[in-house]
Design a protein around this ligand. Structure first.
Ligand SMILES: [Zn+2]
Length: 334
């Protein structure tokens, strides 16, 4: 099998510098993890061919015998520990019976909890094996990718993707599809690793999250903010994201953060965001305008077109909203 070379998924640039080398757990092959010199995105290149990537998510994978040996343990641990973090956060932005779609529902832990809370919860599963297993548990599962599962525009109030976006061969298309199927002003909630976190920087290629057969992208707050803005989102800063809850409560007292609103949105939120930006390092990156210095290939032309389209949509005040929750450190159970 030959590995497949790709360009940067954010804008199509191909000036890349190698950052790490790491052996895949499943194949035993050595992979290179590169960083785009233009936008800073970190990803595996070259990588397993797309057809092969789809085949990674079989029974063996969900039993912990694929590229990530901890996958089955993590799901089990969440069940045993009764982890309700995600449904609680979703309930903070939307009340049941909102329409919730979870991409990559794994063992179905979130879908079951969301159903119990009265949400209309649907899963979207690429893997036939996982899809069938979830259907046997009486869960509503769509099969395929978000672009090919026949989902109409503006069909959902919340889209959830926990530990999913790092697996996608084409995150840009996924984010654009999420923006398409969300109702205006509604929410995209995700969790993924943070390649800029302390643990990642200290451990380099040894960081446990780097599993180059299946974890294809390693985002940072900065690269994710760029992606989301380019694909039509307004990025909001949920209260749980900010490390300094004292500042938040102070802002609430003086009326800059309203009631139980979980995100800093609108005009009052703008000042709150500005005040909190130095603490998170998040807005600074997001504000930087980025230009690709390599225009010209057909691929980049397509990217430029879609950019223009989404940036117009971005101008609308009621565009979809992405909630940010980057995990600090490796996979963990709260
Ligand atoms: Zn790039």
């Amino acid at each position: 099998m030959e590995l497949e070379s790709v360009v940067c998924n954010l804008y199509g640039a191909s000036r890349l510098r190698p950052r790490y080398q790491k052996r895949g757990h499943l194949t035993g092959w050595m992979f290179t993890i590169v960083q785009c010199r233009c936008c800073g995105l970190v990803f595996v290149n070259p990588r397993l061919p797309e057809e092969h990537i789809k085949g990674l998510y079989d029974k063996a994978y969900f039993d912990g015998q694929g590229f990530d040996p901890y996958i089955s343990l993590e799901e089990e641990a969440q069940k045993i520990a009764g982890v309700t973090r995600v449904p609680e956060r979703i309930s903070a932005v939307k009340l049941p019976p909102a329409d919730v779609l979870e991409a990559g529902p794994g063992g179905g832990h979130f879908l079951r909890l969301a159903k119990e809370r009265g949400f209309s919860a649907v899963g979207l599963e690429l893997s036939n094996y996982a899809g069938n297993r979830l259907r046997q548990q009486a869960l509503h599962i769509l099969q395929g990718t978000i672009a090919r599962a026949g989902i109409p525009d503006h069909a959902y109030d919340v889209i959830v993707a926990v530990e999913v976006i790092e697996h996608l061969p084409d995150p840009r298309t996924f984010f654009m599809e999420v923006a398409r199927v969300l109702r205006p002003g509604d929410h995209f909630y995700y969790e993924t690793g943070d390649i800029d976190c302390e643990q990642a920087r200290e451990q380099g290629a040894d960081w446990d999250y780097i599993r180059p057969e299946g974890h294809l992208y390693y985002f940072s707050p900065r690269t994710l903010a760029r992606y989301l803005r380019e694909t039509g989102f307004r990025v909001c800063y949920p209260l749980w994201f900010n490390p300094s809850r004292r500042i938040v409560s102070l802002l609430r007292q003086v009326g800059l953060v309203k009631g139980a609103e979980p995100c800093f949105q609108g005009r009052s939120g703008a000042l709150a965001r500005r005040l909190l930006a130095p603490g998170t390092g998040f807005l600074r990156g997001a504000r930087t305008r980025w230009r690709c210095d390599r225009p010209g290939t057909p691929d980049e032309q397509t990217h430029a077109d879609s950019q223009a389209r989404v940036s117009r949509r971005d101008g609308h005040r009621d565009g979809p909203v992405a909630g940010v929750d980057l995990r600090r450190g490796g996979p963990c159970v709260e």
